[in-house]
Design a protein around this ligand. Structure first.
Ligand code: ATP
Length: 445
C-alpha cells in the first residue's frame, strides 16, 4: 500500500469536487476553502452524525444556533481581546511572517535562508474585526466570533428558563468561527473561516472531574463509531505550559494526519470561568438555582470542542487508500463509513439498450427516498465502479438482463468488491442493514 500524502488528498478533492480553493480564478485567498458538491455532502453527514450523537442519543443535551456577531463586550469578558494572540515574527529581509512558536528563531529564515533577520516576537490578535452600522469608530467595532462556545454561555440562563433542563445538562452548537491565522498550510486543517461542533456541559462544581472523564470516553467512542482507524487516534494531555489560564484540565484527541499527529478535538474543564466573567461584565445574575435543594451556584463547564472542517480532513485522510489488485491494477478507494459517504448507492445499468437503461433509472428514482443516490450509465462498467470507489460510494447496484427476468440486481460492495444477487424488493432493507453493521476491512480482502 502506498503512502497517503496530503498532496494526493488535495488533488483528489479538486478532481472529484470535494474541496476547491476559494476565489481560485482570482488567484485564491489563503486559508479560505469552498466545499464542492461531494464535500458539502460529506461535511453535512459528519455534522448530522455529531448532532444526532449529541442531541438525540443524550437526553440531557439541547441544541442552539447563536449569532456569529455578538456584543463586543463578550470578547472582553471572555479574555479574547487581551489573550487570544499568537506571537509573530517577521523576516526583515524577505518580509515573510511566521508564528514564533512554530519556527526556531536561532536558525535561518525558512523562506530566504538569511540569518539574524527575525524581528522580536510581538503578540498578534487572531480575531477578525469589522464595524457595525454606518459610522466606523471605536464604538462600532465588533468581532467575528473566533469560537462558538461564547454564544452558548450567553444563552445559558435563557435555555434554563425556557426548556426545563436541569443540571447536569449540555448545549450543543455547530457553526462558523473565524481566526486570522497566519500559517494556513496543510490544506483545510487550519483555515481562517471554519466550522466547529461544540458542546458545553454544565455541571455542579465538585462533580466536574467525573463528568470530564465521562465526556472523554464518549468523544473517543464517537470517532470509533464513525469508523475511524483506532490506531490513528490518541489522547494528548495539556501540560502546564499549554493549559489555558482558566482551564482545570484539558485533553486533545489527536489524529495521525498525513503530516503527523495533530489536534482534532479538545475536551476541556473550563470551570466556572466563562459564566463568572459574563456575570461580572454584564451585571446579570447567571447563577443556577437547584429547585430541589434550593442551592444557588455558578456551574462548572466541561467542553467538547471539535472542528467540523478539520473532521472532514480527518475523514478524507482516514478513508484514502491506493489498493493494488491481483492483476496489478491500482485502484484509489475512499473507505468512508456508509453513514458519512457523500453518495450511498449508485445505480448502474449494465448497458443502455433493451430497456435496461430506463429500468435502472426507475430503480434509482425509487431509492431516492431512502438514500443519497447516483445514476451513471456512461462508460464500461468496470470504469464506473472505479469512479464510485474513488468518491467512496459504498454500494453499487447493477441492473442487467437477468434483472428484467427475475427482479434481482447485483449488489457490489466497495471495500471487498464482492458481488451478490439481491431481490429488488429487499434492496432497501439490505443496504440499511449493511450500513448499520459496516465494519471496515483492509484492502487485501
Ligand atoms: P490550534 O492549536 O490547532 O490552533 P486550538 O487549540 O486553538 O487549535 P481550540 O480553540 O481548542 O483550538 O478549537 C477547538 C477545535 O476547533 C480544534 O480542535 C480544531 O478542530 C478546530 N479549529 C481551531 N482552529 C481552527 C482553524 N483555524 N481551522 C480549522 N479548525 C480549527
Amino acid at each position: 500500500m502506498s503512502e497517503t500524502t496530503l498532496d494526493k488528498i488535495v488533488s483528489l478533492c479538486k478532481r472529484r469536487g470535494f474541496i476547491f480553493q476559494s476565489s481560485e480564478i482570482y488567484g485564491g485567498l489563503a486559508g479560505s476553502w469552498d466545499y464542492g458538491p461531494l464535500g458539502v455532502e460529506l461535511k453535512n453527514n459528519i455534522r448530522d452524525f455529531w448532532w444526532k450523537e449529541m442531541t438525540q442519543l443524550h437526553d440531557n443535551i439541547v441544541g442552539l444556533d447563536a449569532a456569529i456577531l455578538m456584543h463586543p463586550r463578550v470578547w472582553e469578558a471572555s479574555g479574547h481581546v487581551e489573550n487570544f494572540t499568537d506571537p509573530l515574527v517577521d523576516c526583515t529581509s524577505c518580509k515573510s511572517r511566521f508564528r514564533a512558536d512554530q519556527i526556531d528563531l536561532e536558525e535561518a529564515c525558512p523562506v530566504c535562508g538569511k540569518r539574524g533577520t527575525f524581528t522580536d516576537p510581538r503578540n498578534f490578535n487572531l480575531m477578525f474585526s469589522t464595524h457595525i452600522g454606518a459610522v466606523k469608530d471605536e464604538s462600532s467595532l465588533i468581532y467575528l466570533r473566533p469560537e462558538t462556545a461564547q454564544g452558548i454561555y450567553l444563552d445559558f440562563k435563557q435555555v434554563v428558563q425556557s426548556s426545563r433542563v436541569k443540571i447536569p445538562f449540555g448545549i450543543a452548537q455547530v457553526g462558523k468561527a473565524f481566526r486570522n491565522e497566519i500559517t494556513t498550510r496543510f490544506f483545510i486543517f487550519r483555515s481562517t473561516e471554519f466550522e466547529q461542533m461544540e458542546m458545553q456541559f454544565f455541571v455542579k462544581p465538585g462533580t466536574d472531574d467525573e463528568w470530564f472523564k465521562y465526556w472523554k470516553g464518549e468523544r473517543m467512542n464517537f470517532y470509533k463509531k464513525m469508523g475511524i482507524s483506532p490506531d490513528k487516534l490518541r489522547w494528548h494531555k495539556h501540560g502546564p505550559d499549554e493549559l489555558a489560564f482558566y482551564a482545570k484540565e484539558a485533553y486533545d484527541i489527536q489524529y495521525l494526519f498525513p503530516m503527523g499527529w495533530q489536534e482534532l478535538e479538545g475536551v476541556h474543564n473550563r470551570t466556572d470561568y466563562d459564566l463568572n466573567q459574563h456575570q461580572k461584565f454584564s451585571g446579570k445574575d447567571l447563577n443556577y438555582l437547584d429547585q430541589e435543594t434550593q442551592e444557588r451556584y455558578i456551574p462548572y463547564v466541561v467542553e467538547t470542542s471539535a472542528g467540523l472542517t478539520r473532521n472532514v480532513l480527518m475523514a478524507l485522510s482516514d478513508a484514502y487508500e491506493e489498493e493494488t489488485l491481483e492483476d496489478g491494477e491500482v485502484r484509489t478507494v475512499m473507505r468512508f463509513h456508509p453513514l458519512i459517504a457523500p453518495i450511498t448507492v449508485a445505480v448502474l445499468p449494465l448497458v443502455k439498450k433493451d430497456g435496461i437503461g430506463e429500468a435502472a433509472a426507475k430503480l434509482e428514482k425509487s431509492l431516492r427516498e431512502h438514500f443519497a443516490t447516483f445514476h451513471d450509465q456512461s462508460g464500461a462498467i468496470g470504469r464506473r465502479y472505479r469512479r464510485m470507489d474513488e468518491i467512496g460510494t459504498p454500494y453499487c447496484v447493477t441492473y442487467d438482463y437477468q434483472s428484467l427476468d427475475d427482479n434481482t440486481v447485483t449488489l457490489r460492495y466497495r471495500d471487498s468488491m464482492r458481488q451478490e444477487r439481491v431481490k429488488i424488493d429487499e434492496l432497501v432493507n439490505k443496504i440499511n442493514y449493511e450500513s448499520k453493521n459496516y465494519k471496515r476491512i483492509g484492502g487485501e480482502v
